[in-house]
Design a protein around this ligand. Structure first.
Ligand code: ACM
Length: 532
């Protein structure tokens, strides 16, 4: 009897050990129950969908099986008791799904296409890595049996890409979005304007693309070295390209948030429209150095007209709820010295330049809110008083986010100490040049958005987290991928998976097991974590 029990225990143990290896899911689902056996997708099968709302997601699965393994899976509306079946379950949450794989059937349940899309990402991760390839070598497309019940912890799961310092072509932006979607991230924050380049076509202000999108040269190496390459650098997205990217992201259930920086980080604007700054007669240049520029927008009526016109065109292109207005790193020296600004401070009954910035942001908030959108800004917008409808993106650690949540405002946590993917991820001596910092995969993974400083009601204001890819030193997509992956996988897991399932050793094992997928997709991920 004892022996039988022992054999049973060993069998059970080895089965679960095997199961753990086979299910390298990132982010780890809320609930996963492995089972014995598997389902194999074969020629002659099809996908049954409960209604047309599920067709786009079914088509993605069919396309991937066709490309990777030459298996065509016709899609038909109807019910089936075997094969691949997608059902509508109205009792599930907006982003939730259930996935049941047995030897007879793969069954997806979701309320909408969104949940079905996340089920698809899980299903694809359960298949052989080759399903992500194109060389028809993925047969057999076997999926281990299991039952998954899943839904995200946070509604905001974001990555930001700075295209101001370096321009990324449309197809590279799409690739960035593709990878995000695989890990159930759902917000692409597109940092479109910087001192060193304005990157979005605004029809009313053509000089923004004719002048502000081009700098005469770029910094070489560390910006403290003060070396320049002497080569003009530029690029921008036409409104048609923007619409194309927004639609592309939408198909992958990713909302694009545009960022138009104000009142700081606006030197490129001043190069075209100097009347919006300290001195209309000054010749401003598009920035060529990294860092924080002293040249900022002035809170003149003309500036507000300009910004409202710009934002009107921007809001027409981006249908999502949030419009990011920057608000970070605005030096106040020029406002301090300006008779106009000092008079305005008096006239408005403001205390100082911080309250003047708050006045600036409040006016923009009022405009954005009047159009039914929500203002999002970096945590400096707290200084001088937070505008009534603002959502705060906490980047200088979590303090700004804590304060905003205590004031009853929604917050996205994006602390530089954990989620700045432009920071080094290993010893700088062994890494390509980066801005600084020291942010290993483990450190990123250790970020916990549930902060002891916040009570239960305040914690509800933390709507999610975001990783930021600032590109002063990140000139192209391969390097951006190197800095972003695998750290974005940690971000995806913090944002999606239950807090109770957090376990770095297990995460690292799953990431390691998942590397063949990144290899097949030719993602230029960093390998430093394997030795850490
Ligand atoms: C920031 O990193 N300046 C938001």
């Amino acid at each position: 009897m004892k022996r039988i029990l022992l054999a049973f225990l060993i069998a059970g143990f080895s089965f679960s050990a095997m199961a753990q290896n086979a299910y390298n899911l990132i982010p780890v689902p809320k609930q996963l129950t492995p089972a014995e056996g598997s389902f194999t997708i074969k020629k002659g099968m099809g996908i049954s969908i409960a209604d047309e709302s599920l067709r786009p997601v079914a088509a993605m699965l069919a396309n991937q099986c066709q490309t990777a393994a030459g298996i065509s899976l016709p899609i038909k509306v109807g019910k089936a008791s075997t094969g691949i079946v997608m059902l509508v379950n109205p009792s599930l949450g907006e982003e939730a799904y259930a996935l049941n794989v047995s030897s007879k059937k793969i069954e997806v349940q979701a309320k909408t296409g969104k949940g079905a899309f996340y089920a698809l990402q899980t299903l694809l991760q359960l298949m052989p890595a080759q399903v992500h390839g194109k060389d028809l070598s993925a047969t057999p497309l076997t999926v281990p049996n299991c039952s998954v019940q899943d839904e995200p912890r946070f509604s905001y799961r974001g990555l930001m890409l700075d295209v101001g310092r370096h321009y990324y072509p449309v197809d590279h932006i799409k690739r960035f979005i593709d990878l995000m979607a695989m890990y159930k991230m759902n917000i692409f924050h597109w940092h479109l304007t910087e001192d060193q380049g304005w990157r979005i076509e605004i029809k009313k202000y053509p000089l923004l693309t004719q002048l502000s999108s081009i700098r005469k040269e770029s910094t070489v190496g560390r910006y403290s070295d003060k070396k320049f390459d002497g080569k003009p650098y530029g690029g921008f997205y036409t409104q048609e390209e923007v619409k194309d990217i927004v639609a592309y992201a939408g198909k992958k259930f990713i909302t694009v948030i545009p960022e138009i920086e104000m009142p700081g980080h606006s030197q490129a604007v001043l190069a075209a429209y100097p009347q919006l700054g300290a001195n209309a007669d000054k010749i401003y240049q598009v920035g060529t150095k990294w860092g924080v520029s002293e040249d900022v927008l002035f809170p003149r009526e003309e500036t507000f007209t300009f910004l409202e016109n710009v934002l009107t065109e921007v809001m027409a292109l981006f249908p999502g709820p949030y419009i990011h207005i920057g608000g970070d790193e605005c030096p106040k020296a020029q406002w301090k010295e300006s008779r106009f600004c000092q008079d305005l401070i008096k006239k408005q009954g403001l205390k100082d330049e911080h309250e003047l910035q708050s006045y600036f942001i409040r006016r923009i908030d009022k405009f954005i809110s009047s159009k039914g959108r929500k203002l999002l800004g970096w945590d400096e917008i707290l200084e001088g008083g937070l505008s009534p409808n603002a959502t705060v993106m906490s980047w200088r650690g979590t303090a700004g986010g804590i304060e905003a949540a205590k004031q009853g405002h929604d917050v996205v946590m994006s602390p530089n100490s954990f989620l700045y993917f432009d920071y080094y991820q290993a010893d700088p001596k062994t890494e390509p040049i980066a801005i600084g910092g020291n942010l290993t995969l483990e450190k990123t993974y250790s970020f916990e958005p549930h902060l002891p400083e916040l009570n239960a009601a305040e914690t509800k204001h933390v709507i999610g987290i975001q990783g930021n890819v600032w590109t002063e030193y990140i000139k192209d997509l391969p390097y951006a991928e190197y800095m972003t992956y695998p750290r974005a996988l940690a971000l995806a897991e913090i944002a999606w998976s239950p807090m109770a399932s957090k376990n770095y050793a297990d995460f690292k094992k799953r990431v390691t097991g998942h590397l063949p997928v990144l290899d097949i997709m030719k993602v230029n991920y960093a390998k430093a974590f394997l030795k850490q």
